[in-house]
Design a protein around this ligand. Structure first.
Ligand code: MN
Length: 320
């Protein structure tokens, strides 16, 4: 067991009435890891709750949030201890940062490359695929048995942050923890359906319309999909339903840059993906965008067609 995990367990054992803070617009790891830590603390007889600016999104409705997850306005008590989970910067807490008070004991459990939260103890390991993996070590260090509820939270954390065990960050440790979780009797196929496949009817309709209009250029190396405001209206869909559509472009054999252009009331929002070496964050930098080498975005406040041409021209140039 790593020193950082045992140090954290000792510190947690010496403190009480914790608030576990995680980042706004929480994902599966943010909520899964935070809820697991709260459950483990309660199992040791401590008071703990999770606080997030936003509630759990629909696809995470299987998580045990009742009586455990609170919006900042509804916090059950003023915490005497704060643990930051899956978050590397204080400004990512949004309104939940209202629970932070000068002088409160502050700990941090995180796996982001950049973490500038001045916490002590701080258990930060960028090699962990999910904050949930670090929380699992703390759970073990606390001597709390991995029951099905804890396993559910940890499975959600690890499976979502690894893209269902398909991203580079997936390690043997991710899979070893998953094996332990499955031994508690989780329904793997139901969970994976809810986490990775289920979508609403408007989302399926929007996907169909957008895929139907996909265009390939540069000998099939560049793909473009457009989402118009009228598509939203006709499908009953919204901006959130465009999430992940761009992957259908980049998952097409031969495509090196995929572009998804979404029409806004005054401009356009772009998501780009890359496979094969082009850095799409650098490609978008001159236009004011950014992100990661293989996944980046930008919002332009010009006419839709003009914005699409600006991004496509930058993409063509990058392909050489
Ligand atoms: Mn995470």
């Amino acid at each position: 067991m790593r020193t950082a995990a045992t140090d954290m367990a000792k510190w947690l054992a010496a403190h009480d009435r914790a608030a576990i803070l995680t980042h706004l617009h929480p994902d599966g790891d943010a909520l899964g890891a935070s809820l697991a830590l709260a459950l483990a603390l309660r199992a040791t007889g401590k008071e703990a709750f999770v606080c997030c600016q936003d509630g759990a999104p629909d696809f995470l409705s299987m998580l045990p949030t009742d009586g455990l997850l609170f919006l900042p306005e509804a916090a059950p008590y003023a915490p005497e201890t704060v643990v930051c989970v899956d978050c590397g910067a204080l400004n990512r807490f949004g309104r939940a940062s209202s629970l932070l008070r000068p002088g409160l004991p502050l700990a941090c459990v995180d796996h982001h490359e950049t973490n500038d939260i001045a916490a002590s103890p701080s258990f930060v390991d960028p090699k962990a695929a999910a904050a949930g993996e670090l929380v699992a070590e703390i759970v073990d260090a606390l001597g709390v048995p991995l029951d099905r509820e804890l396993a559910l939270c940890l499975y959600v954390a690890v499976s979502t942050d690894t893209g269902n065990f398909s991203f580079d960050c997936t390690t043997p440790e991710s899979l070893a923890l998953t094996a332990r979780c499955l031994r508690t009797g989780l329904d793997l196929s139901e969970l994976n359906y809810a986490l990775f496949r289920r979508r609403t009817m408007p989302r399926t309709k929007l996907l169909g319309r957008v895929l139907n209009g996909i265009e390939f250029s540069e000998g099939g190396r560049l793909s473009l999909m457009r989402v118009r405001q009228s598509d939203f209206a006709e499908c009953g869909a919204g901006m959130a339903d465009t999430e992940a559509i761009v992957n259908f472009g980049i998952d097409t054999a031969g495509v090196e840059i995929a572009v998804l252009a979404v029409e806004l009331a005054n401009g356009a929002k772009f998501s780009l993906r890359s496979r094969g070496g082009v850095n799409v964050a650098s490609l978008l930098a001159p236009l004011g965008g950014g992100g990661h080498a293989k996944a980046a975005g930008v919002t332009l406040e010009t006419g839709f067609d003009e914005a699409v041409e600006a991004v496509m021209s930058a993409a063509r140039q990058a392909l050489g």
